[in-house]
Each structure stands twice: as structure tokens, then as C-alpha cells.
Design a binder for this molecule. Structure first.
Ligand code: ADP
Length: 769
């Protein structure tokens, strides 16, 4: 430690501060010793020795408690403050070490030696200096507590020792640390220390920054939410809608008696909704959803009719005839009652239109005292029609099942699924499999509608389905159902249904009092045969309705109080006949045979005409011929050809003869193989030139080897034959079991000829074969 100068200065004792050379500082001074030291200095050269007390808490100055190393400062300004305090401004000059402290006239004086900086290794010094400078820049960037002036001064500073002084003064260090730096003489040590401090400082300010950012983020988020909520509240108030809607919904949800899971879901969506702007699309979606949940029955239920007899009476009162059907439904209701509806099979009513399928289903509902809903499946292609769309879809709604349940308003209605055979499927999912879930007791207690999102219990619903044709019902669905077939009605049955049900019903609907309108039996018959062509009674009902309307107008405009409709007045009321009576062949004819066909509107007769002309052995088919009928025609020709000898024909004849087969347009036969034997008969008659008996009609499928296979719809076909007055009906022997389905009065008047091969057909139908 080299000494350059020694001097004696008044001592300025510092409490908790250290002053450095090369800096300016302001100090407030109040202690008597300090004041007198300042006074002494100002009286001399204004120089003071500023040195820190070891214990800053201590008020009185004790030389033993002063550090030895301090800074010689110049007093630059003295300002009086209120009270006895003064503020001084000093400039640090150089470091010095006190040799001794003496008390003189109330203030301490120190004899001090100057401490000069010691330069040891210039390279290291330079290296430290550079890093310190750049560190200082970094710190300056982060720490705003260092003033711009200081930073600028440090930046331009070229002397390492001066740099240390300024830096140590400006940094927030404990005074003891500052004292340590002040006491160091080797510049390298001092720089190294500053370096460490700056690094530490930097680390702290990085942490500070991070913490600040985190704090700010959380504050910002809270503030943002708070702000938005306040805004929303303001909007609600502005729009005049407040909590009312939410509370109303909540009350309804809780009162509805829905399963816990559903209630929870509804309340959750309600909470979501109440947080949204009421006019926003999202809020509307949720409102609609909650309304759906509230409109869907979850616990509402009707009690079934107590006594089975009462139920059966209703069923009987509603329908004429249908004895077998009523019997089966009665059984079904009995089982339903015994098992409390558990695992009851789904009824499927099959038959042509207008035979009373819908009517029976409504009647079942009425008999049980349940609500009734009906949904047509005709043309339903898309699975989502059954299951609905997710509510996120624009305009989404639940599927038809849930729609039906809403309509019913109870969890146990009779639910009629109409035209289950008309379901179609395409790439948008398979509605049949969705329906399977609906009808399957093992699955339908947790039916999932995509819109509702919560499971719905369909197990209490009594499902009844209808179909025109069993053939097109998907197999798995068919297996789930108990099939009840309804056939068409005979003329007599139709007349009775008209008299007992349709006429009174239509009369009432048109506001005509009982007794004011009567129908002759012949009038009803005339309507049935001349204006309808059906297995059921739908078109009959429509025509009766048309008559009633006309009569209602007449009655209103005249003094007449009563009208009786006769056969003769029907044409006047309904216009010209639409259908001519089915005619049997005019007489025995060559190349024409009467077949019987089953169509969607019931049984019908069809005449098949064949002509054999000179030609090249070609086959021409015209008229209403489906592909299956064409196949039958070819099979018939092959059989006759290969057995030509037994019918006295020459095989060569087939090679130079063209065969023309025609089925007249008037009939609308269903494409089916049952015209096989009729075609064969007409063809053989054409070749042999022997006539077919006009009193014979026939139905049956033919194989290449001449076997006659059974057909469907015998009852319908028999009724059609009966209508045109045919007496003999050739039927496949395997169909004999179906004869009992035919009403007795009809059966008694017909002569059924069961056959197993086509040869028997030919011999029964062709004269003189
Ligand atoms: P489907 O559903 O088979 O097409 P509907 O049930 O609609 O036939 O019947 C058509 C009309 O005929 C209805 O007004 C129905 O009440 C009536 N009806 C059908 N069969 C009978 C019957 N056996 N007794 C009384 N009315 C009947």
C-alpha cells in the first residue's frame, strides 16, 4: 500500500452509507459532531474525511466504531433544512485510510493517508474491465434504478478504478459490501468483485422480470375476465334481460323429474348459456337444446286400462271382421299385462293399404289408454333422420324417434312406425340398424339420439310397425318382430265395413245428422266395383266421403230432409264408372289363359295372350312383363319344346315359329313367377290350336322340368277370381294349406284344383288335349 499524501481532515461519520471517489452525493446531516465537522471544514478548505460507522444504528460517534478506510470529499454545497438539519452536497476525491481519530472542539479529526490504486496485471484488468462494462450495460437495460446519467458516465469511462467507484456507488449493495470494495486497492480485485456483483444483479433482475411477468399475466387475466363479465352484465341490463330466464329454466329443469344424468347435463348447458351473450348464435343453440330437453317426456306416464275385457271391447267396437287379428292382439295385450311390457315383441302388421293396419294400432292405444304417435318411415334414407344431428350442426334437431316422444308427451305411448318396408339405405348410414336399436329391448333403454347426447329410455314404449310387403323388410328387423298378416276384404266384408263404419264416420265428418242419409246395399256395391280397385277400403272411404260432401251441399240448398243413395244415383254423384267389372274371357279361346296375380292393391286377374306365327323361332314379349315373368315364359317354352311329342307337336315347329307373349296393360301385376303355368297354358294352346276353358283361372310357378311350385297371396287371388265369376281355380298342391284363410262363403263357391306338375294344368285347362 503506497502512500502519496497525508492530511488531517474533520471526520464526517456516515450511517449506513459509503462514499466513493469520483462521485457526487447529497447527504442530510443532523448530528452535532457532524454539524461541527462541516462547520470546521467550511472554515478551512472544505475538505472532509467521510467514513462509515461500523454500526449504523448508533447515534453517537465513537472513533473505535469507525472504519479506517474512507473517502476524502469536497464539500460543494450546504443547504439548511427545517429544524437543525442541513443537506450537503459532496464530491468524492480519493480513498484514504485513517491513522488516528482525535476529538477537537466538539468534532473529530482524522489524520489520513491517501490510498492509491494498485495495478498488478494489466491484461486481466482489461479483461475484467471489458466484461464489467458490458455487464453493466446489461444491468442498465434491466434495472431502471440506475440513472441514465450514471449509465452514460460508465459507458464513456476509460479508467477501471473510476469505473469501479461509480459502479459501486450506483449499485444497490449493502453498505458493508460497499465498504469492502472501497477498501480494496488492487484494481483487479475491485473489478473482479464488481463483476461478481453485476452478474448476481443480472440474475436477480432476470428473476424479477420473470416473476413480474407472471404476476402481470395473472393480474391481466383476472382483470380481463372481470372486465368482460362487467361488460356482459352491462349488456344484459341494457337489453333488459336478466337472470329471469335462467332461473325459470333452472326451476323447470329441476321440476321435470328427469334422470340425474340428464338433469346434470341440462344444468351444465344452462350455466354455459347464461355466460353467453343472449343474442349470440351459440346461446340460441343452447336455449333450443334446453327447450328440447324440457319438451321431451322423461317421467310422464299414462296408466294402462285396468281390465283386459274393456280393452278387448274397444278393439272389437272399432273393427268389423278381422277375427283372427283381434284374437292375436288380445293375446298380445294379455301377455303385455302379465309381463308388464317387459320384452314384449314388436308387432308388425303386414298387408295392402287400407286394410286397417293404422286403425288397429290406434285402437290398441285407445284400448290401453295410452297416447298414440305415428311416424312414417317411407323414404327414410339417412340414419340421422332416426338419430338426429349433433347440436353443433346448423339447424340441428333430434331425430324422428325423439320427435315422436315429444309429440306423445309420455314415456309409454303406442308408437306406430309406418311403412317399415320402405326404409332405404345409402351411404349416409343405415337407418335400419338405428331402428334395430330402437326396437331391441336389450338396447332401447339407452337409445342415443345425437342431438340429445344423453341416453333415452324407450323400453316403456309399445312399438307397432306396418308394412305392405314382408319381402323388403331387412332381415334383422324382421327377426325382432311378430308378424300379423292382414289380407284384403271380400266384397261382402267391404260392404259391411262401409255400412257400419265408413258411412257413419264420413256422414258425421260432413255434418249430416243420423237418419238423413242412407245407402242402398246395391249403391255400396256399385261404388266398390265401379269406383275402387283395392284390397282395403281406403278408396272406398274416399268415395263415400265424396258422396257425403255432395249430399251435404244438396241438403243445405233444398227443403229435402232425407236422401237415400241408390245404385242408379251413384253415377250422378261420382261421375262415370272408373273400373269395368273384371270380365272373364268371352268364350273358350285359343292362345289366351286367365292368370291370377297379387298386386300391392290386392288380387287381380290377368289374361295372358300368346300367338304363334311363322318365323325364325324368336320370342317376343310385350305388355306389363317384369324380368321374372320373362324368365317364367322361357322356362315354359323350354318345357313344352322338350315335351312336344306328348302334346302331338313337332320339335321343328319351334324353329320356324315366332312366339309373341302379351300381358295387357290394364292389369298391374307384381313382378313375380306365379304367372308361369298361365303362360305355359296359353303357349301350348297357341301351338296346339286347342282352346282354353273360360271357366278356369290359375296361379303357380313353373320349373324347367314342369313342376308347379307354391305361390303367395292365395286369398287375394281367390277373391279376385270370385269377383269375376270364375269357378275353377288351379293352384299348386303345396298351397292347399292356405285355403282356410279364404272366407268360407267364397271358398264354398269355388272349385280348387291342386296340381303338382304342369301336365295336370294343361289337361285341366285345355279342351280336348
Ligand atoms: P292401412 O293402415 O292398412 O293402410 P287404415 O288403417 O288407414 O289402413 O284403414 C283405412 C280406413 O279403413 C280407416 O278409416 C279404417 O278405420 C277403415 N277400416 C279398415 N279396416 C276396417 C275394419 N275391419 N273395420 C272398420 N274400419 C276399417
Amino acid at each position: 500500500m503506497s502512500r502519496t499524501r497525508t492530511d488531517n481532515f474533520p471526520v464526517l461519520a456516515l450511517r449506513g452509507r459509503v462514499l466513493f471517489p469520483d462521485i457526487n452525493a447529497n447527504l442530510d446531516v443532523g448530528r452535532v459532531e457532524s454539524l461541527s465537522a462541516i462547520k470546521a471544514a467550511s472554515e478551512r478548505d472544505s475538505i472532509l474525511f467521510a467514513v462509515a460507522q461500523k454500526n449504523p444504528e448508533r447515534a453517537e460517534i465513537n472513533p473505535d466504531e469507525l472504519y479506517l478506510v474512507g473517502t476524502v470529499v469536497r464539500l460543494k454545497q450546504v443547504t439548511r433544512l427545517p429544524g437543525n438539519n442541513i443537506r450537503i452536497s459532496v464530491q468524492g476525491l480519493y480513498r484514504a485510510v485513517a491513522r488516528a481519530y482525535e476529538l477537537e472542539n466538539g468534532s473529530y479529526f482524522a489524520t489520513v493517508d491517501e490510498l492509491v490504486p494498485v495495478h498488478t496485471s494489466p491484461d486481466l484488468e482489461e479483461a475484467y474491465f471489458r466484461t464489467s462494462k458490458s455487464l453493466m450495460q446489461d444491468v442498465a437495460q434491466t434495472d431502471s434504478k440506475i440513472s441514465k446519467d450514471v449509465i452514460a458516465a460508465l459507458d464513456i469511462c476509460t479508467e477501471p478504478d473510476k469505473f469501479v467507484n461509480i459502479a459501486a456507488h450506483s449499485l444497490q449493495l449493502k453498505f458493508t459490501e460497499k465498504q469492502e470494495i472501497l477498501e480494496m486497492s488492487r484494481v483487479v480485485d475491485r473489478l473482479e468483485r464488481i463483476d461478481r456483483v453485476l452478474n448476481g444483479e443480472l440474475e436477480i433482475s432476470r428473476l424479477e422480470k420473470k416473476i413480474n411477468a407472471m404476476v402481470r399475466q395473472s393480474i391481466e387475466k383476472n382483470q380481463k375476465e372481470y372486465y368482460l363479465r362487467e361488460q356482459l352484465k352491462a349488456i344484459h341490463t341494457e337489453l333488459g334481460d336478466d337472470e329471469e330466464e335462467r332461473e325459470e329454466f333452472e326451476r323447470k329443469i329441476k321440476a321435470k323429474g328427469m334422470p340425474a344424468e340428464v338433469e346434470e347435463k341440462a344444468l351444465k348447458e344452462l350455466t354455459r348459456m347464461s355466460k353467453m351473450q343472449p343474442s349470440s348464435p351459440e346461446s340460441n343453440v343452447l336455449r333450443l337444446y334446453i327447450e328440447w330437453i324440457l319438451d321431451t317426456p322423461w317421467s310422464e306416464k299414462t296408466e294402462d286400462t285396468e281390465k283386459l275385457e274393456d280393452a278387448v271391447k274397444i278393439l272389437n267396437d272399432d273393427h268389423y271382421g278381422l277375427e283372427k287379428i283381434k284374437e292375436r292382439i288380445t293375446e298380445y295385450l294379455a301377455v303385455l299385462k302379465l309381463t308388464d311390457g317387459l320384452n314384449a315383441p314388436v308387432l308388425c302388421l303386414v298387408g295392402p293399404p287400407g286394410v286397417g293396419k293404422t286403425s288397429i294400432a290406434t285402437s290398441v292405444a285407445r284400448a290401453l289408454g295410452r297416447k298414440f304417435v305415428r311416424m312414417s318411415l317411407g323414404g327414410v334414407k339417412d340414419e340421422s333422420e332416426i338419430r338426429g344431428h349433433r347440436k353443433t350442426y346448423i339447424g340441428a334437431m333430434p331425430g324422428r324417434i325423439i320427435n315422436g316422444m315429444k309429440q306423445a308427451g309420455t314415456i309409454n305411448p303406442v308408437f306406430l312406425l309406418d311403412e317399415i318396408d320402405k326404409l332405404s339405405s345409402d351411404m349416409r348410414g343405415d337407418p335400419a340398424s338405428a331402428l334395430l336399436e330402437v326396437l331391441d329391448p336389450a338396447q332401447n333403454s339407452t337409445f342415443r339420439d345425437r342431438y340429445l347426447e344423453v341416453p333415452y329410455d324407450l323400453s316403456k314404449v309399445l312399438f307397432i310397425t306396418t308394412a305392405n310387403d314382408l319381402g323388403t323388410i331387412p332381415r334383422p328387423l324382421l327377426d325382432r318382430m311378430e308378424i300379423i298378416e292382414l289380407n284384403g276384404y271380400t266384397q261382402e266384408e267391404k260392404r259391411e265395413i262401409a255400412k257400419r263404419y265408413l258411412i257413419p264416420k264420413r256422414r258425421k265428418a260432413n255434418g249430416i245428422e243420423e237418419g238423413k242419409l242412407t245407402f242402398d246395399d246395391e249403391a255400396i256395391d256399385e261404388i266398390i266395383t265401379g269406383y275402387t280397385m283395392e284390397a282395403g277400403v281406403r278408396s272406398l272411404e274416399r268415395n263415400i266421403d265424396a258422396v257425403c260432401r255432395k249430399i251435404a251441399v244438396k241438403l243445405a240448398g233444398s227443403k229435402k230432409t232425407k236422401t237415400n243413395v241408390t245404385a242408379a244415383s251413384v253415377e250422378e254423384l261420382l261421375g262415370a264408372r272408373r273400373y269395368e267389372r273384371d270380365k272373364q274371357l268371352e268364350g273358350d279361346e285359343v292362345g289366351a289363359a286367365t292368370g291370377l296375380a297379387w298386386t300391392a292393391v290386392g288380387g287381380t286377374t290377368l289374361t295372358i295372350e300368346v300367338s304363334a306365327m311363322k318365323g325364325k323361332g324368336e320370342i317376343l314379349l310385350t305388355g306389363k312383363l317384369g324380368d321374372v315373368m320373362k324368365e317364367s315364359a322361357r322356362a315354359a317354352i323350354s318345357y313344352i319344346r322338350s315335351n312336344s311329342q306328348s302334346y302331338g307337336l313337332d320339335v321343328k315347329q319351334f324353329e320356324n315359329t315366332d312366339i309373341h307373349i302379351h300381358v295387357p296393360e290394364g292389369a298391374t301385376p307384381k313382378d313375380g313367377p306365379s304367372a308361369g303355368i298361365t303362360m305355359a297354358t296359353a303357349i301350348l294352346s297357341a301351338f296346339t290350336k286347342k282352346p282354353v276353358k273360360k271357366s278356369v283361372a290359375m296361379t303357380g310357378e313353373i320349373t324347367l322340368r314342369g313342376k308347379v311350385l307354391p305361390i303367395g297371396g292365395l286369398k287375394e287371388k281367390a277373391l279376385a277370381a270370385y269377383r269375376i265369376g270364375v269357378k275353377d281355380i288351379i293352384i299348386p298342391a303345396d298351397n292347399k294349406k292356405d285355403l282356410e284363410e279364404i272366407p268360407q262363403n267364397v271358398r264354398e263357391q269355388l272349385n280348387f284344383i291342386p296340381v303338382t306338375d304342369v301336365d295336370a294344368v294343361f289337361h285341366s285347362a285345355i279342351i280336348n288335349l
